[in-house]
Design a protein around this ligand. Sequence first.
Ligand SMILES: Cc1cc2nc3c(=O)[nH]c(=O)nc-3n(C[C@H](O)[C@H](O)[C@H](O)COP(=O)(O)OP(=O)(O)OC[C@H]3O[C@@H](n4cnc5c(N)ncnc54)[C@H](O)[C@@H]3O)c2cc1C
Length: 382
Amino acid sequence: MDFSLSEEQCLLRDSLREFVLREVSPEAGELDRASLFPARAIRRLAEMGLLGMSIPEAYGGAGLNSVGVALAIEEIARGSASLAVTVSVTNSVCAVPIARYGTEEQKRRYLPQLAKGNILGGFSLTEPDSGSDAAHLRTRARRDGDSYTLSGDKAWVTNVVEGQLFVLVAATDPSQGARGLTAFLVEKGFPGFSFGKVEDKMGLRSSLTGGILLQDCRVPGANRLGEEGQGFKIAMTTLDGARIGIAAQAVGIARGALEESLAFSRQRKAFGQPINQFQAIQFMLADMSTAIEAARLLVHRAAHLRDLGNVTYTREASMAKLFASEMVNRVAYQAVQIHGACGYSREYPVERYFRDARVTTIYEGTSEIQRLVIARKLLESL
Ligand SMILES: Cc1cc2nc3c(=O)[nH]c(=O)nc-3n(C[C@H](O)[C@H](O)[C@H](O)COP(=O)(O)OP(=O)(O)OC[C@H]3O[C@@H](n4cnc5c(N)ncnc54)[C@H](O)[C@@H]3O)c2cc1C
C-alpha cells in the first residue's frame, strides 16, 4: 500500500499552500466580514489554471485527477472556505457533468470558458420545498418546438450573481418521479432567467448563495444535458464525486483551525506558562490532529477509487463526506475553546472557521442522507 503523493502532486500542494498563505489568508477575514466575493483571488486562481482543474486538457483544463483536486481544495479551504466552495462548485458540479454527459458541441462551447475563468459555473437542484428529497421538483420543463420552456423557483444555488452557467435539473415528466427529471445547461442571459434573493448566511459569507427564478425561461434543445429522464442520475453521480470535494474542504478548514490553535496556544500564557503546556490543551490538539489525518485518508481513498474509473465509490465518497464534515465541526469547536474569549472574536480566524464548518454537514447531502447512502450500500452487500 502506497500512501505517498507523486512529485507533481507535492508541487501542486506546496505551491498552492504558499499562494494561500501569501494571497488568500490575509484578506479572507475582511472579505468575510464585508460579505465580499473574492474576485481577485478567483482571477489569480484562474491564471494558475485552477478554475478548470477538473476539466480535461483537451478542453483547456488542467486535467487533474480526483486526488489532485482534493489536495487543491484542501489547500484553498485552509485559507478561505468561501473561495474553496466557489472553485469546487464550478469544477465538480458544473464542468464535470458537462465533460461526462455533454455533447461535443456543449463541451467545446462551455468547458474552455470555464477553464479560463471567463465564466463561473453552478449547479441547481434544490428548490424551496425540495432539498434532501431531491426527486420531488416543482420546476417544470416543457418541450416547445426545438427548445424547452422552464418555469419554477430554484433555491440555495452556490455562485449565483457571479455565475453565468448552471447545470439545472427540472421535471419534464412529473408523473415519473425521479425518472421524469432532466438536466439543462442554463445561461444567466437566457430570456426568463433571473436571480432571486441572495441568502444572508451564517458562514461562507464571501460565497454567493441564492435563488434562480425561471419565468417561461427559453432553453435551446441543444442545451439539454444528457437524455430526457436522465436528470436524477446525472445529479446523483455528479454529487458522488463532488462530495469528495466537500470532504476535502472540511479537512482544509479543520487544518486551519488546528494550525491557528497551535500558534495561539504557544504564545498565550496562563498561570505563568504557555497554555500549550497544559495537558488538557495538548489532548485537544492531539485529538484534532488525529481526526484530521483520519478524514484526509478517507478523502484520498474515495478520490483514489474514483480515479480508478472502473469501481463504484458512492459509499466511500459518502463516508468521507460524513466523517470529514462531522469532524470539522468538532475540531472548530475545540479551536474556539483553545482560543478562549479570543475565539469568540471576529479578529481571530477560528471564529470564521467555526461558522464556515457548519454548512459542511448540510450541503451536497446532509449527514443523515450520507448515513442513508452508506447503510443502503451496506445492506446491498449482504
Ligand atoms: C451554503 C449552501 C450552499 C448550497 N449550494 C447548493 C447548490 O449549489 N446547489 C443546490 O442544488 N443546492 C445547494 N444547497 C442546498 C443543499 O444541498 C440542501 O440544503 C441540502 O440538500 C438539504 O436540504 P434542505 O435544506 O432542504 O433540508 P431538508 O431536506 O428539509 O432536511 C431537513 C432535515 O431533515 C433531515 N432529513 C430529510 N430527509 C431525511 C430522511 N429521509 N431521513 C433522515 N433525515 C432526513 C435532514 O438531514 C435535515 O436534518 C446549498 C445549501 C447551503 C446551505
